[in-house]
Design a protein around this ligand. Structure first.
Ligand code: HEC
Length: 111
């Protein structure tokens, strides 16, 4: 019985986590969201390609990112990757903003 309760609780947590992930982009003010999309195309795009299909940096298309842990990708954006040209963005982006960009990339919904 106790095990069943633990499983139910774990499922609830997973569902809550998913709901939170889905609502993350909507939490940003529209003006800031537009700024971030501009940053994604122009700053990120300077390495990853204007259409994010790759250049100096790898492609950031949904198929290229499929199966990667979203939180690990958020960390890559915030911290960069030491020893590679991927710079840290945490001075310019907070975690919710990095998450917003990663969610757009994973969904293939970069406007
Ligand atoms: C100066 C070039 C450069 C810029 C600018 C840059 N990146 Fe990168 N990025 C890279 C490189 C190179 C890698 C691959 C690092 C490696 O070899 O692991 C990378 C890796 C990544 C990854 C991991 C991809 C994967 O398949 O694991 C993500 C996500 C990412 N970048 C997102 C961004 C975002 C979002 C921005 C803008 C906020 C950005 N990058 C700006 C060069 C850049």
């Amino acid at each position: 019985m106790r095990e069943r309760a633990a499983v139910a609780f774990a499922l609830l947590l997973a569902a809550l986590g998913r709901a939170q992930a889905e609502s993350a982009p909507a939490a940003l003010a529209p003006a800031r969201a537009a700024e971030l999309v501009h940053l994604l195309r122009h700053d990120c795009g300077s390495c990853h390609g204007l259409f994010l299909k790759g250049g100096l940096g790898p492609p950031l298309s949904p198929s290229a990112l499929a199966g990667k842990d979203p939180q690990a990708l958020v960390l890559t954006v915030l911290e960069g990757r030491a020893g590679t040209p991927m710079p840290p963005w945490k001075g310019l982006l907070d975690e919710a903003e990095a998450r917003f960009l990663v969610d757009l990339l994973l969904a293939g919904r970069v406007p």
